[in-house]
Design a binder for this molecule. Structure first.
Ligand SMILES: [Fe+2]
Ligand SMILES: [Fe+2]
Length: 266
């Protein structure tokens, strides 16, 4: 008998541990060579999340629920630590103690919010109580729309300024997602009256259209960067990373819509 909590836990950990591993890599790339302490800390997190990722793939869907709960707790602790590390780095950057390092403060804040999201998922899974669907629809979208809006901003700012057309496209996506985010927050403040099936359904449909087109833009950018066809300071792995996060958001939208229309399950 396969337990849904085991399946969900492994799915979340497989996706997000790879993401956390890559965040450690991006942080390390951005540090100055003299910041050996920070470089080492980032490398330690890389190894920790690499280990978690490997373990998550070695466990199957018929793993004992209690073993999974214990694994969730272990991962929770690692994610809490990387969250603190990211916030510490943000503090150092914002107080100008790392002049010349190359990660944007908003990017460091962004990756700390992703860690916090992952941490909350693990808590929910271990408590065995998932958020009511109507709340999950709004909360997941408020979270991910902001993430998508910021990806567009990062891409726009890390492309070479001479890539004028691509920079313009990134700016358009940034604007589009800012608008969608405001709409989501409006729906949020109109809770619970706004949580009718037709409104939520339309909300998901509208967001899906924009996320698909941003996902396609990221895929194109990733391919162009991999083939060295465009000028930028975007690491190929970062391009793939933000592409995968858009794919994740699309999967979540589909899952939420499936649950809302009764065709799927969460
Ligand atoms: Fe990320
Ligand atoms: Fe992200």
């Amino acid at each position: 008998m396969v337990n849904a909590l085991v399946v969900r836990s492994l799915d979340e950990i497989r996706f997000w541990s790879r993401i956390m591993k890559e965040h450690s890599f991006f942080l390390r790339l951005g540090f100055r060579s003299e910041d050996t302490q920070l470089v080492n800390e980032a490398h330690t997190f890389y190894k920790i999340f690499e280990g978690i990722e490997q373990k998550s793939h070695s466990l199957g869907n018929n793993t004992d629920l209690s073993a999974i709960q214990q694994f969730n707790n272990e991962v929770y602790s690692a994610v809490s630590h990387i969250w603190s590390f990211k916030r510490k780095v943000l503090g150092l950057i914002l107080t100008c103690q790392l002049p010349g390092q190359t990660n944007y403060p908003l990017l460091v804040d962004h990756i700390s919010r992703e860690a916090n999201y992952f941490r909350n998922r693990l808590v929910e899974l271990n408590q065995g109580k998932l958020e009511p669907l109507q709340d999950a629809i709004i909360d997941e979208n408020v979270f991910f729309l902001r993430i998508m809006a910021e990806h567009a901003k990062f891409i726009g700012h890390l492309l070479d300024p001479s890539e004028r057309k691509l920079v313009e496209q990134a700016r358009d996506f940034s604007h589009d997602f800012d608008q969608l985010l405001y709409q989501a927050r409006d729906l949020d403040s109109m809770r619970p009256q706004s949580q009718s099936a037709p409104l939520l359904n339309q909300f998901l449909d509208q967001n899906r259209i924009s996320v698909k087109s941003l996902r396609d833009f990221k895929k194109t950018a990733r391919d162009l960067i991999e083939q060295c066809k465009i000028k930028s300071i975007i690491h190929p792995l970062l391009a793939d990373h933000v592409f995968r996060e858009a794919e994740r958001f699309l999967e979540i939208i589909d899952m939420l819509e499936g649950a809302l229309t009764g065709k799927g399950h969460m």
